[in-house]
Design a protein around this ligand. Structure first.
Ligand SMILES: NC(=O)c1ccc[n+]([C@@H]2O[C@H](COP(=O)([O-])OP(=O)(O)OC[C@H]3O[C@@H](n4cnc5c(N)ncnc54)[C@H](OP(=O)(O)O)[C@@H]3O)[C@@H](O)[C@H]2O)c1
Length: 382
């Protein structure tokens, strides 16, 4: 299945000066064929350029990603010219560059699946956007690690411009994932509990805050580290009910916790391996475990007893698929963004802890994003 996303152009020494190289940015569930085509720019038209983080082959991001000047295609009647303001480095961006993600753009490609941009110019037929609007991508694969882009009007969705920059840049993936997982799998009521691992991740921090806004308790599991207490305090300040170490999940003392907190109806697993199995062991009868990430790169093992005696439901979630399933009628995405922006405006949902990095310093940002125990999202500022 080919999913046309967006076209970008860049200058290439191997092609004549007046040529565009157009990356069709088709993504496939499987490996995409690199499909590059050339066409000639009409003589006399001045070419606008921007800077972009490109990769021409899959591999270690620090080796294959480069900052290059690229040509912007002309603005079509249904297009918008945007200035990218900020774009995070997420695990899925890294996996796409490594070539291990479920969808891969044709190569060469521009990195970055999310971020916030400001519209600077609109095509003659554009109805829903105007210069000055803030927008985020509707789908993965747009290539947000660049200073400017010409995008189709339908590729983006607007946000209120009073949302803080870092919240806007990190809104489209992790808070949306947290929102859907807390809404679509179990009927959670105030006073109910949710347990999650990787609780300090971007997704985990959004889960904590959205759950707290709904009166839902969260049991937050993180890996031990020298600054455990500081991290635990930070998560509690944003609304975490309990914060525990991975090891504590396996100890008998965990029973004490469930004397003061109801057994969770929902477990959210971003890790896999033993950590996921431990979450399952604490689920309430008939509860659901939703796997959305696999940071430990280990399969999820489900004990037979959990299936037979507790009838647990083992599910998965992928926000990209949800967005695609709801792309025809954009109202569900709009409603979710409105609710998330309202939480932001009321101070109930903040951006995850972030480190802002200038685009030029992308190499160190990519390296840092791949280190364990960083507890801060690298965000490229254009
Ligand atoms: N399915 C979806 O729709 C969807 C949407 C968004 C994100 N995701 C996935 O969710 C996961 C988290 O994304 P994010 O952007 O929230 O991540 P993030 O902010 O970059 O944080 C990464 C998290 O993973 C933990 N981690 C890293 N390596 C680990 C390991 N070997 N064992 C246990 N924990 C480990 C980190 O804990 P430490 O601090 O202890 O290193 C941290 O909590 C990723 O796998 C991402 O692809 C999926």
């Amino acid at each position: 299945m080919w999913l046309p996303l967006q076209a970008v152009c860049w200058r290439s020494k191997t092609f004549c000066r007046r040529s565009f190289v157009v990356v069709r940015n088709k993504c496939s569930r499987h490996r995409a064929n690199a499909s590059v085509c050339l066409y000639t720019q009409s003589a006399g038209l001045a070419t606008q350029t921007c800077k972009a983080l490109l990769y021409r082959k899959h591999g270690d991001p620090s080796q294959v990603v480069q900052l290059e000047d690229i040509d912007l295609p002309p603005l079509g009647s249904n297009d918008v010219l945007v200035k990218i303001l900020a774009a995070p480095i997420n695990p899925s961006d890294i996996n796409m560059i490594q070539g291990t993600y479920a969808i891969l753009p044709d190569l060469p490609a521009i990195g970055g699946n999310e971020g916030v941009a400001q519209v600077s110019e609109v095509g003659s037929q554009v109805k829903s956007l105007k210069a000055g609007d803030w927008v985020i991508p509707r789908d993965a694969g747009l290539g947000m690690w660049r200073t400017e882009a010409v995008l189709a009007e339908d590729d983006v969705i607007s946000l209120p411009s009073n949302v803080p920059l870092l919240s806007a840049a990190t809104l489209g993936v992790n808070p949306c994932t947290a929102f859907r997982m807390l809404s679509d799998f179990e009927d959670l009521r105030p006073g109910d509990s949710v347990i999650q691992n990787a609780a300090n991740s971007g997704v985990g921090q959004a889960v904590i805050q959205i759950a707290a806004a709904r009166g839902i308790n969260t049991i937050n599991v993180i890996r031990d580290r020298p600054e455990f207490t500081q991290l635990s305090d930070r998560l509690k300040a944003m609304g975490a009910t309990h914060v525990i170490k991975e090891e504590a999940l396996r100890r008998p003392e965990i029973k004490e916790l469930f004397k003061i907190c109801p057994k969770p109806k929902l477990a959210l697993n971003g890790v896999g391996g033993k950590s996921a199995t431990e979450l399952l062991r604490h689920l309430k009868l008939g509860g659901s475990m939703v796997t959305y990430g696999g940071m430990a790169r280990q399969p999820v093992t489900v004990p037979v007893s959990a299936l037979i005696f507790k009838d647990v439901k083992v599910r998965g979630f992928w926000v990209t698929q949800w967005k695609r399933d709801h792309s025809k009628d954009g109202s569900a995405f709009r409603a979710m963004l409105d609710e998330l922006c309202s939480l932001i405006q009321h101070g109930k949902l903040t951006a995850p802890a972030c480190t802002e990095v200038n685009l030029q310093d992308y190499s160190s940002a990519l390296n840092t994003a791949m280190q364990p125990f960083t507890s801060a999202k690298q965000v490229l500022i254009m």
